[in-house]
Design a protein around this ligand. Structure first.
Ligand SMILES: Nc1ncnc2c1ncn2[C@@H]1O[C@H](COP(=O)(O)OP(=O)(O)O)[C@@H](O)[C@H]1O
Ligand SMILES: CC(C)(COP(=O)(O)O)[C@@H](O)C(=O)NCCC(=O)O
Length: 312
């Protein structure tokens, strides 16, 4: 916690009460009970209180920043005295494996879509840019999955470049947790989004051999933060859920664990957490926290208890 206190000098710090007061004045008109029900159905464990108290102000902040981003593009066009092409507002979401990045990304995506149906809002994850398991094995780094060297960073950067430049159809590779590998033939096709959410453990990292960083493409970034002991619990919960869905499918990566001894499977997952994901968090992910525009700090049961907003 020590270094975090120092970092807060660059951030406004909010408890829930202070943060939720920043929702603006239009929330009743924008979100109905039916919308909230659909958020709940979409992920049955998300607390609706969090949606109201944390995500409404967040959505408003993102929208205000998005508007000023658009204004800046117009200013550029005015200065150049010529049209400038469309370019998306890109939001990065960083944090540990299993801290809840995808859930945060999906919720923000849904709330933005509900509030601004005329905007094209899309989401991707960087795990599609992991090298396939065969390649990780060839390089002898299968047990380093998630570490900086396990990602094809040049490919990720060139994809972001194309999207930011307004390219018409940008294919983005996908990762599948159930097979534990990159999908060979499936891609998300980005069609000139107005807002793009990019989620991944590595989005705020600065690889030493690169002149350009992933974060150079971001107009706003979020770090999802929590005590590593809690994240381990969430990792193990998710592992349990993956086991529960693996029983019927021998192609599932978790099948062998699902049909074997459950206690042994959990002992293996605990080892992977400790030797791989916790190590990655401490060495490569946590050091990027102080680069985020916004930090969502979670406590038990995924409850967000504090929000940090960058001052400058
Ligand atoms: N706000 C939330 N409320 C309840 N459960 C959550 C929430 N966010 C994440 N989870 C659960 O925590 C686990 C990890 O979340 P996930 O979004 O998959 O993490 P990440 O994308 O960071 O790896 C999952 O089992 C997910 O269901
Ligand atoms: C693919 C990942 C690097 C990405 O993590 P995510 O943020 O999607 O949970 C991670 O889920 C992973 O597989 N880590 C390697 C060690 C493990 O099996 O958990």
């Amino acid at each position: 916690m020590g270094d975090f206190v120092a970092v807060t000098r660059n951030y406004y710090v909010f408890n829930r009460d202070k943060w939720q007061a920043l929702h603006g004045h239009t929330k009743e008109a924008e979100i109905s009970d039916a919308d909230l029900q659909s958020v709940k159905a979409f992920h049955d464990k998300i607390s609706l209180t969090d949606v109201r108290e944390i995500y409404w102000p967040l959505r408003r902040l993102v929208y205000l920043y998005f508007k000023s981003f658009r204004q800046k593009r117009q200013t550029l066009a005015h200065f150049l005295d010529q049209r400038v092409g469309p370019s998306p507002f890109i939001i990065g979401i960083a944090g540990s494996v299993a801290v809840g990045k995808s859930t945060t990304a999906r919720l923000l995506n849904l709330l933005l879509k509900r509030a601004y149906p005329n905007l094209r809002i899309e989401s991707i994850t960087t795990d599609g840019f992991l090298y396939p398991n065969a390649e990780l094995t060839r390089r002898g780094i299968l047990d380093r999955k998630g570490f900086p060297e396990s990602y094809d960073m040049p490919r990720l950067l060139s994809m972001l470049n194309a999207v930011k430049a307004g390219a018409a159809d940008v294919p983005v590779p996908m990762y599948d947790h159930q097979t534990y590998d990159v999908l060979r033939d499936q891609f998300i096709h980005l069609e000139r989004p107005d807002i793009l959410i990019v989620e991944g453990i590595n989005v705020l990292q600065l690889p030493s051999n690169s002149q350009i960083y992933v974060s150079d493409f971001f107009d706003f970034s979020v770090y999802v933060d929590a005590d590593p002991a809690l994240i381990e619990e969430w990792y193990l919960d998710r592992f349990g859920a993956l086991l529960d869905t693996a029983f019927t499918d021998p192609d599932d990566y978790y099948y062998q664990y699902a049909i074997g001894n459950r206690a042994d499977a959990f002992a293996m997952a605990r080892r992977v957490w400790h030797d791989v994901n916790l190590k990655n968090l401490q060495e490569y992910i946590l050091p990027t926290r102080s680069r985020a525009d916004l930090i969502l700090h979670k406590t038990a049961h995924h409850r967000i208890d504090r929000v940090y907003l960058r001052k400058y």
